[in-house]
Design a protein around this ligand. Structure first.
Ligand code: GLA
Length: 380
């Protein structure tokens, strides 16, 4: 990222001063759509991030924000929801902080980033964490990283309309170079899992498609899970989330829940177990098993959770044909990237075949990113 560009723009718009902050996007090795079910996830922060340069502007509540990548300026007040979509993220973070007792005054900011949008790499969480971290530091608000992650998540819920889980914001706030984070999304207990798969590489292939209505479909998945959990709870009061349920418990309510809710819940219960199995395999350095679990996740996401799309399924098939160890759709779905665990010696051949055949079939050039696991939100 060319930080000089941000600095120059900041100076030309707002003059001297300002501090620079950054927060990254994330990958997730396995454990998809488990976070809002109180389950486990295994994300890591990456070397693609959002950056902002910011300073107080002396007003009580006027925000002047410049989105460098879009070359768009917006000015809004902290008591009125802005019109521009990107400004809602900034506004939401401010308001969620104010709700929690923070005193936030007007500020000037320029921001930019290199997390691809709509690629399932959590550009929006990176933006929320970047602003959360920056405002917290600049105004000395005293929020810890847990609270910053929750502020980002609440911004999605209340100002963007996506009822997301905590994974993305957590990874962006807590990321650590070279490590994945095994996070219990109910208790928020977490453990860093060093990730250095010798002989393998982790690579993302971006379909460069983003299917419409992804956010309403996402919220619908969440509702299905909550419905299924509520039926199970009637017989097993200890079941707070699907995370607490077993497949047998789900079977008991098969005649009560809708077929759709049933199959969604089945995926989630299986996915939580897959993640635990993959973590065990990781500990033993058994990447072949990790990869097998990734393929199983893809099948589940595609056929049971139905958040894949022809483009993602195609890339998954190519990975399988090329002998790639593990491959699956990553993140919320409906487009974005596949994440692939591939042996060093197969890497180049796989990338060549996947990109060429994808382009031939869909007439879209996919993008490829080698994953590098980096630190979370910080001041630069
Ligand atoms: C999106 C959401 C996350 C998580 C994933 C799916 O990235 O923001 O909270 O639910 O989808 O695992």
């Amino acid at each position: 990222m060319d930080l000089q560009r941000i600095k120059n723009k900041f100076q030309s718009l707002f003059g001297e001063g300002g501090a620079l902050y950054t927060a990254p996007g994330r990958i997730n090795l396995i454990g998809e759509h488990t976070d809002y079910n109180g389950g486990f996830v295994l994300p890591g922060a990456i070397d693609k991030a959002m950056y902002c340069m910011i300073k107080p502007n002396g007003t009580t509540d006027t925000v002047k924000a410049y989105a460098l990548d879009l070359e768009e300026m917006d000015e809004f007040q902290l008591d009125d929801v802005p019109i521009k979509q990107w400004a809602k993220y900034i506004f939401g973070v401010c308001l969620e902080m104010i709700k929690r007792g923070a005193k936030i005054q007007g500020f000037d900011v320029v921001f930019a980033g290199d997390v691809p949008l709509g690629a399932g790499m959590s550009s929006s969480a990176a933006l929320e964490s970047c602003f959360g971290f920056a405002l917290n530091d600049m105004y000395n608000l005293g929020f810890d990283r847990f609270e910053l992650a929750k502020i980002g998540q609440a911004t999605e819920h209340n100002y963007v309309g996506v009822k997301c889980g905590i994974m993305d914001q957590f990874a962006s706030c807590f990321g650590k170079e070279g490590s994945l984070i095994r996070l219990d999304c109910r208790s928020l207990e977490y453990e860093y899992v060093p990730f250095d798969p010798k002989g393998y590489r982790l690579v993302l292939i971006n379909t460069c498609v983003e299917h419409e209505l992804a956010s309403s479909a996402y919220n619908k998945r969440r509702e299905s899970c909550e419905n299924a959990a509520s039926y199970i709870r009637k017989y097993h009061p200890e079941v707070e989330f699907l995370r607490d349920a077993t497949l047998d418990m789900l079977k008991e309510v098969a005649n009560e829940v809708s077929a759709e809710d049933y199959i969604r819940a089945e995926f989630v219960i299986e996915e939580i177990q897959r993640l635990l199995d993959a973590c065990q395999a990781l500990k033993e350095g058994d990447y072949e098993t990790v990869g097998k679990k990734m393929y199983e996740t893809h099948i589940g996401l595609s056929r049971k959770y139905e958040v894949s799309c022809p483009e993602l399924d195609f890339l998954n098939d190519v990975a399988r044909q090329c002998g790639v160890t593990g491959s699956r759709v990553m993140g919320g779905g409906f487009g974005g990237c596949t994440i692939n665990l591939v042996k060093d010696e197969l890497h180049d051949g796989f990338i060549k075949r996947a990109t060429e055949s994808y382009e031939q079939k869909f007439k879209i050039k996919p993008k490829v990113y080698d994953v590098i696991i980096k630190d979370g939100a910080r001041k630069l």
